[in-house]
Design a protein around this ligand. Structure first.
Ligand code: G
Ligand code: G
Ligand code: MN
Ligand code: NA
Length: 254
């Protein structure tokens, strides 16, 4: 069976899984949100990583059906979180350009949350700069309606695209995620440090929450805290893991 056919069956058979990675407040390490990350477990116990199938799903249009599965699975996780005393902890879902421009994301997010008795703010969205730039005018409209519906949007992989400041200024965004390429080595590499300082300053001047991604060392974390980064995410703060494991980890720190 070709990969596209296997993906079709895997969606029907509910074979995908969501893993969750904590996003923490930089100042005290308390949880701020969770990012949902798609995993495709195989019969031999291995996983096919999203990098091996997301692009294909975008090309075939299957990302719409798969994305719908992800949104619903994230809402189920939101219900479990709320039932375990973490009602305020939103789940951030990655959304690709094909979904942004070819599906009713506002409807899918609000209906998925509502079906499980959650407020719209229980789910958030992560979009990349390059997704938005495929159709800036339409992107602006979708972001306005997401904002009006109470769904927060983060700009993912920030700094790797080519958005102009004047364009960003007009987007209804809530947060920026500094790409891990810039966080790597930030405490030693003056160029990365200059870029991180600029991105922090830009985000804060627009009133946005700034999230440092890919934090793997204490040195990187210390630098981000010292420079006013709001939230941090990375292997140092917690790897992507099944929801049950993450709940256990969060309970330990309470
Ligand atoms: O978890 P990992 O580092 O393997 O993710 C690789 C890439 O796949 C990342 O860019 C991530 O944003 C993307 N990705 C993970 N889960 C999803 C998903 O549910 N939907 C979409 N569109 N992309 C995802
Ligand atoms: O493109 P996006 O930012 O959504 O990609 C998220 C991906 O980054 C996930 O696949 C996740 O597994 C990966 N990731 C999360 N934390 C770290 C980290 O500290 N280091 C590295 N190298 N990858 C990370
Ligand atoms: Mn992301
Ligand atoms: Na990212």
């Amino acid at each position: 069976l070709q990969l596209a056919g296997r993906i079709h069956l895997a969606i029907e058979r509910d074979e995908f899984e969501l893993y969750f990675q904590p996003i923490r407040h930089a100042a005290d390490g308390s949880p701020a949100a969770l990012e949902a990350l798609l995993r495709w477990p195989q019969p031999d116990g291995s996983f096919i990583p999203p990098s091996d199938f997301i692009q294909l799903c975008e090309d075939t249009g299957q990302i719409i059906a798969l994305g719908r599965w992800v949104i619903r699975a994230a809402a189920h996780a939101g219900r479990v979180l709320a039932d375990n005393g973490w009602a305020g902890l939103p789940i951030a879902v990655n959304v690709s350009a094909v979904q942004l421009f070819n599906s009713d994301l506002v409807g899918e997010f609000t209906r998925a949350a509502e079906a499980l008795g959650l407020p719209p703010g229980a789910l958030q969205m992560e979009l990349t700069e390059s997704s938005l730039m495929r159709n800036p005018a339409q992107a602006m409209q979708v972001l306005e309606s997401l904002s009006a519906s109470g769904i927060a949007v983060a700009l993912d992989d920030f700094g790797t695209g080519f958005s102009s400041m004047s364009y960003l200024q007009h987007l209804a965004l809530d947060s920026l995620k500094i790409d891990r390429a810039f966080v790597a080595d930030v405490e030693r590499n003056p160029r990365n440090a200059a870029i991180c300082r600029a991105l922090l300053s830009l985000g804060h001047s627009m009133g946005l929450v700034v999230i440092g991604e890919g934090v793997e060392t204490e040195g990187q974390l210390d630098w981000l805290v010292a420079h006013g980064c709001d939230h941090v995410q990375g292997y140092l703060l917690g790897r992507p893991m099944p929801l049950r494991e993450l709940l256990a980890l969060l309970a330990l720190a309470r």
